[in-house]
Design a protein around this ligand. Structure first.
Ligand code: FAD
Ligand code: SIN
Length: 552
């Protein structure tokens, strides 16, 4: 089946919705989502959206906080662009009637605080900010006859033009309900597929977060950057038999403290900002305390705050913990770090344009330069909106295509599996083994030997996957990369089983894991979220790690 549109948006999270709702009403738009529309990281966002709103706050202050958290690696121009649009972004949400929490006294927006922010600037809807925003925006889609929604559609590969392999013309999609392969064609394709949290054993991310967009863009010829900077959220619920669930940083912003099992506080001895230091510092401190004390968690205590205040700001966290037998109003919460956010991604310019003409990218899939070596809390919802709206503007205004910046220190790598990667006699690759490997070798503290071991294992699994499955036909043009890129059509059967979805995702996860490790091995220093015992100090100059695909 073939569908034609003006713009295809792959992803129904805040990035995708921001593009869709900012395009003109006569523009024919397709929104594809791998699962149900609502199954996104955006829906799970708790803490809120950072924006300069308080009259005493300033863009300079927000910019500076972002740069400090980013440990010298943010692109200042991108930070300035995004932060200077933060007030407009929040105004845009308010204009769509998003119901944020307000002060009882004056009905102004209640602004909360999170780690790394020097001012109260996080607008939120209690602890369900993402759900309230996405529900409100999704309810508007029904009023837009130009927007067509395709749920349960897994994008499998980007299609490039027969004449020009550097031009994206659409995407090949697996319809999970019918098992049919479908072709979506459009002059504009927007990748907004979210992050990669599912590459690790414990994650706050939904199941859809398998890095599909980054893998597809890389295989189609886009550069990716800074994939070593995986943010581990310091405080995910760590109760036996309970699923990983985020305990918002706003809990610390509103006075929650981190405790050892004996009830003593430890953060002040790690950083003068204590519980509100940037996330990389808090996550490392927690991991170090867990190791020292031989425990699988530390404690986060907010029980000293008035019950009404806790229930008012954190109703979902309270209810979820209570469903596991824990009352946060009276008892400290066992917490441990969990993978949470991918700071790197597909290289874009400020209009979301990638290395492929016609291919835009926004949200967690993109590398805009905002986050540097560590994302400042609540800056990502902001980035989704600002980049999403810039993309819509670029499409509407027909802005010329400008490929993102050229970086002097770029590593050139072939996306094809190395021919010397022989499948080892080890067990067949599967998602759980990949997660265990990444958690062990690419967690909060790393070293070269571990990363090397993981990389060779992943390459061997990749070779095994391509040898043994149909993945080689639909998920990677492995036989002749050049020909497949030019032809840009699939040789695969037109009908696939849903079990193939597992292979499609595994193939993407393997590619993305290799990108992370290649970036990690290239960084000979410790900075922000990348901490390696082989190079514990920061280098004098901060440089992004840019990987460029080469097709021979
Ligand atoms: P997502 O919202 O994840 O949407 C991805 C979309 O892509 C989905 O529709 C999915 O179906 C689709 N997709 C994926 N692969 C495919 C494919 N192959 N084919 C078709 N569709 C595909 N950030 C903040 O700023 N503030 C917060 O308070 C905050 N809290 C968070 C709490 C949690 C628990 C989590 C997990 C993250 C939080 N973040 C927060 C981060 C933030 O929510 C995300 O970075 C952001 O929402 C990402 O939005 P997105 O649109 O890029 O991707
Ligand atoms: C949180 O509520 O702690 C998540 C905020 C974020 O990831 O930006």
């Amino acid at each position: 089946m073939k569908h034609d549109f003006d713009t295809i948006i792959i992803g129904s999270g805040l990035a995708g919705l921001s593009v869709a709702l900012s395009l003109p009403s006569n523009h024919r738009i397709a929104i594809l989502s791998k699962d149900a529309l609502i199954n996104t990281a955006s829906d799970k966002a708790q803490g809120g959206i950072a924006a300069v709103w308080d009259s005493q706050d300033s863009f300079e202050r927000h910019i500076n906080d972002t740069l400090v958290a980013g440990a010298g690696l943010c692109e200042k121009e991108a930070v300035t662009h995004i932060v200077e649009h933060s007030t407009d972004a929040l105004q845009w949400l308010l204009s769509h009637q998003v119901d944020f929490t307000r002060n009882e006294s004056d009905q102004q927006l209640h602004l909360t605080l999170e780690g790394g922010h020097s001012w109260r600037r996080i607008a939120h809807a209690s602890d369900k900010t993402g759900h309230v925003i996405t529900q409100t925006l999704q309810s508007l889609l029904g009023k837009c006859p130009n927007i067509h929604i395709f749920e349960q559609r897994t994008s499998v590969a980007l299609l490039t033009s027969r004449e020009n392999a550097s031009e994206c013309i659409g995407v090949k999609v697996l319809n999970r309900q019918s098992g049919e392969m479908e072709t979506f064609l459009a002059p504009n394709t927007v990748l907004a597929t979210g992050g990669t949290g599912q590459l690790f054993t414990h994650t706050t991310n939904p199941e859809i977060a398998t890095g599909d967009g980054i893998a597809m863009a890389w295989r189609a010829g886009c550069r990716v950057a800074n994939m070593e900077f995986i943010q581990f959220h310091p405080t995910a619920l760590a109760l036996p038999n309970a699923p990983t669930f985020l305990i918002s940083e706003a809990v610390r912003g509103e006075g929650g403290v981190l405790l050892r099992p004996d009830g003593s506080r430890f953060m002040p001895s790690y950083d003068k900002r204590a519980e509100l230091a940037p996330r990389d510092i808090v996550a490392r401190a927690i991991e170090s305390e867990m190791k020292k004390n031989g425990t699988s968690h530390v404690l986060l205590d907010i029980s000293h705050k008035p019950k009404e205040q806790i229930l008012h700001h954190f109703p979902m966290i309270h209810e979820t913990c209570l469903s596991h037998g824990l009352d946060i109003c009276t008892t400290p919460i066992p917490v441990a770090p969990a993978s949470h956010y991918t700071c790197g991604g597909v290289l874009v310019n400020r209009n979301g344009q990638t290395d492929l003409k016609g291919l835009y990218c926004a949200g967690e899939t993109a590398y805009t330069g905002l986050h540097g070596a560590n994302r400042l809390a609540s800056n990502s919802l902001l980035e989704c909106i600002v980049t999403g709206r810039s993309i819509a503007n670029s499409i509407t205004a027909g802005l010329p295509w400008e490929t993102p910046a050229v970086y002097e220190h770029t590593i050139h790598i072939s996306p094809a599996p190395a021919s010397n990667s022989q499948p080892e006699a080890s067990h067949a690759p599967n998602k759980n083994s990949l997660r265990q490997l990444m958690t062990q070798c690419f967690g909060i503290v790393r070293n070269d030997a571990g990363m090397q071991t993981a990389l060779s294992q992943l390459k061997s699994w990749k070779a095994q996957l391509l040898n043994n499955s149909v993945a080689k036909d639909y998920a990677f043009p492995s036989r002749s990369v050049e020909t497949s890129r030019k032809v840009a059509h699939f040789s695969a059967s037109n009908c696939l089983q849903d079990s193939n979805l597992n292979e499609i995702e595994l193939n993407n996860m393997l590619d993305v894991a290799c990108l992370m490790l290649q970036c990690g091995l290239a960084r000979k220093e410790s900075r922000g979220l990348h901490y390696t015992t082989d190079y514990p100090n920061k280098a004098e100059t901060a440089k992004p790690t840019v990987l460029s695909p080469v097709f021979s």
